[in-house]
Design a protein around this ligand. Structure first.
Ligand code: GDP
Ligand code: MG
Length: 360
């Protein structure tokens, strides 16, 4: 009975009423005094609830529909990743279209024979690994760019390891086949030595000859990617509140924090309350990879959003919450802000005194 509990506390010199919260020590003391076993169960934190929602299987989020594959281009430096990504995009952007291809984008979608493919601008294999480590992997297929005049290099090997760890199938783009120094046999041998036995040698690694510079073989590459995607039967719930990952973010002079995010599942809409890493806010405006304003984004769509209160980090996951949960969103975002700052300080060698800080 409450009065016994209050009595125990009173004898211990604590004035409590029936509405006061009790801390862990009080509870254990009360148990001892009254001869009752006390088991303490911690309430689920909001973070627990959020993780649980992110971990919900697709089937529990309603109607499942096919979705475009999300493709990341990796490879050794100078083997032609940027050239390839740009060429695929420019071939798909009609001339004179808004935005053009001059503006930097974190990801884009192309249409090949009526099928969509989403390309994430190559984040570099280190960033790819870090995002994977943080559980923010959205990549379905890795395009491994190997220059035909150079073959498999140290970073190529690292990229293979990252793709394997992420469980993403590898499609090899043997690039720069236009060069006189191109040595196709060497590339195939190098790949075989990495346990990527080419299809033409009886293995199951697709190797597509391309020249990112002049566009040779790119249709073939897209076709191969679509076939690879088909085998994976990629699907996602479309009606659910959206979740996904932030690819990059920055502060825009006029628009405030702006984030490139990719929707993993569900549909993101203007007006949605989003919690993204240490930031939150109602989506005020949303733009596609062609800088066109859009009002909703289905799975595998990369979008640029405005309306967050702070700049999130690349690799932060985002989640749409009910409008009523604005206080929860604010609280979680603020807690993460504080934790992020503490971690940053400790990575720099622990919290310092103000004096130390100012003398640096
Ligand atoms: P990244 O470091 O992998 O992003 O490589 P880049 O796309 O920046 O390309 C490195 C260099 O290789 C640039 O000078 C490109 O113009 C050149 N390059 C890329 N693809 C090709 C190609 O297919 N043929 C030739 N000849 N040069 C290429
Ligand atoms: Mg590059």
């Amino acid at each position: 009975p409450a009065k016994d509990i209050i009595g125990v506390l009173f004898r211990a010199g604590k004035m409590a009423t029936i509405n006061d919260p009790l801390d862990e020590n009080d509870l254990l003391d009360i148990g001892m005094e009254l001869g009752v076993d006390v088991t303490i169960k911690r309430a689920e934190t909001v973070e627990d609830v959020i993780s649980a929602q992110l971990a919900l299987p697709d089937e529990e989020l309603g109607d499942i529909q096919p979705r475009p594959p999300i493709i990341t281009v990796l490879g050794h430096v100078d083997h032609g990743k940027t050239t390839l990504v740009d060429k695929i995009r420019s071939a798909n952007v009609a001339k004179g279209e808004a935005g053009g291809i001059t503006q930097h984008i974190a990801a884009y979608q192309v249409d090949h024979n009526g099928h969509k493919l989403t390309f994430v601008d190559t984040p570099g294999h280190a960033a790819f690994g870090e995002m994977r480590a943080r559980g923010a992997n959205v990549t379905d297929i890795v395009v491994l760019v190997v220059a035909a005049d150079d073959g498999v290099m140290p970073q190529t090997v690292e990229c293979i390891a990252h793709a394997r760890a992420a469980g993403a199938p590898i499609v090899v783009a043997m690039n720069k086949i236009d060069l006189p120094g191109a040595n196709e046999q060497k590339v195939l041998t190098d790949l075989a030595n990495q346990n990527l036995l080419p299809v033409e040698w009886g293995g199951d690694t697709e190797v597509v000859r391309v020249s990112a510079l002049n566009g040779t073989g790119l249709d073939n590459l897209l076709e191969t990617l679509l076939v690879t995607a088909e085998l994976k039967e990629l699907k996602a719930p479309t009606d659910a509140p959206a979740d996904g990952v932030c690819l990059e973010a920055f502060r825009d002079e006029g628009r405030g924090p702006v984030a490139w995010i990719i929707v993993r599942r569900g549909t993101l809409r203007v007006g949605d309350l989003v919690l993204c890493g240490p930031s939150f806010g109602f989506i005020r405006a949303m733009y596609n990879d062609r800088d066109e304003e859009i009002s909703e984004a289905p799975p595998a769509t990369p979008v640029r959003v405005a309306g967050l209160n702070a700049v999130p980090n690349a690799g932060d996951t985002f989640l749409v919450l009910a409008d009523d949960d604005i206080d929860i969103a604010r609280e979680v975002a603020e807690t993460r802000q504080v934790r992020g700052r503490t971690e940053l300080l400790s990575r720099r060698g622990g919290p310092r005194t103000l004096e130390e800080f100012l003398s640096k």
